[in-house]
Design a protein around this ligand. Sequence first.
Ligand code: NDP
Length: 597
Amino acid sequence: MDRSEIREKYRLERDKRLRDDAAEQYLPAGEIFDAVYHDPYVPRLEREAIVEELDCVIVGGGFAGLSAGAKLHRAGITDVRIIDRAGDVGGVWYWNRYPGAMCDTAAMVYLPLLEETGNMPSAKYVPGYEIFAHAQKIAQTFELYNGALFHTNIESATWDEARGRWMVRTDRGDELAARWIVLGTGPIARPKLPRIAGIGTFEGHSFHTSRWDYGYTGGDARGAALDGLAGKRVGVIGTGATGVQIIPHLANSDAELFIFQRTPSAINERNNHPIDPEWYAGLAPGWQDEWQRNFTVLQTGGFADVDLVKDGWTDITQRIRDRVVKLVTERGEYNGAIQREAYEESDDEKMDELRARVDAVVRNRETAEKLKPWYRQLCKRPCFHDSYLNSFNNENVHLVDTDGQGVQSIDATGVTVNGVHYDLDCLIFASGFEVGPEHSGSGALPVVGRGGVSLSDAWSNGLTTLHGIYSVGFPNLFHMGFTQGLNLFSNLPTNFISSATSMSQAVAHARAIGAEIIEPTPEAQAAWVDLYENHGSTFLGDVECTPGYYNNEGAGIGVREKRNANGYPLGAVGFMDFIDEWRRSESYEGLTFTPAP
Ligand code: NDP
């Protein structure tokens, strides 16, 4: 196919998938599955309510909250309580224990604080249970288990202007008066389900991947055989990053497996390998910062002498970059058209390779055709797996392609697609998560700032922050996200470490000068938001992309999406340089520091 034919095919496939209900096509998983509210891993213990004043409440014990806690600890601030609804730290890696759970960003850059904890990743890409253990190690190293309140939900966090404190109430009766509050609530914490007709009526066994039921399936998170599924008819809805990881494990069970596919993922190679302890021990101090920067430079199209991580993420962007260089050399000029041309050529080359990979691996021709992704590579999250495609060569695995329409309906006994009913014993939803910070969407965190304004209202049309951290009207509240900051979506922990470093330095500065209240100026915040909203680079799949959460499910990109997702105008490396300088200058431009009321 030539380029125009490929584009036409992409358009055709996208149009099939556009739907009026866009993001409304999903519902919170808790509306169907009670289990979403229960913790299957750690028993919930009764405890006395705590009433006290303290320095800092950190909401969320995932890598965002842990990074904040670690950096505050380094700055000498230890009167800190992590609060999490889970029974331990770990965040998404606490909840997501499905078979095959793994991070497909290289552990050397994904796992934060490796040098500080003395941990070594076992392999280039590590399994979920190892990542969870690393989260625990961070909590131990920085004494963040002291005072941590698990199985605890925040009912309200309200700024008390007279006291200059955040009044935090929980469902355990706790009343905490905190000087600072850190929101480390993560962008994909709440599981969602597709609003398929009859979704609540299935009478077989059913669960969302983030609450995997090993009691039913047998096996364990370390890959033991799922022997509970022998002889069962099992359906999976969802073939995104999670579906791609679980399907090979399900395919190896003795179940009859039906995979209901709406859009195929693009499956890159993974090529995992163990880390050599001797080599690791020889790395020079400060190596992880260097790796983070190297990954960020290469992942965002920059130049570096060496590709330290060398993975599918850096490959994608290096191809574009090398083509730009070639075209500029040939034509003796650089312009936006060259950038676009290089992007399109590399994109077509890469997607052709990925489609050819499907042909090379999958034996059944018809199945192979259905597994081919027809969209530009960054329209959907790239996936990396060496046995996913192979699974479709198993006799027990049946691909049920819905031609972009999704599952038609669900009833007591199974699923209907294209008018055909599939009887099932078990239906597994790998249907993803509400994407976005916890201030919005279902179960928004009830944070109320100055003058009774809620964070949900203040940010209803997108984030308004300085550096993605501080927000006018919400003094001493620090947001640990990735938007309006570094915006490196291929490796979220790098963003958390960056925000945590800035925040802890500002807090230490406040202490040093005897100030209590940290808040951005309205002017600095407005200028910062304008930078992202009106001048920012975007990772959002363009409007021609097949729908997904990268492009607001095809509903178009408005102010809200730009504020929530656009990158720093000079890219992630530009942001790194900017924020390094901001920290080094110690002038704290844009922030005000005032005494306690
Ligand atoms: P996703 O949102 O990526 O995937 C949801 C899947 O459900 C898609 O395949 C979607 O199809 C499908 N779907 C939705 N509605 C229907 C329907 N009505 N009928 C049939 N199929 C339907 O969720 P994941 O849990 O896979 O991943 C979420 C995020 O978690 C990832 O993007 C990634 O950021 C993170 N993750 C990271 C991993 C890592 O290695 N670091 C591993 C796993 C997850 P369609 O594509 O058509 O919308």
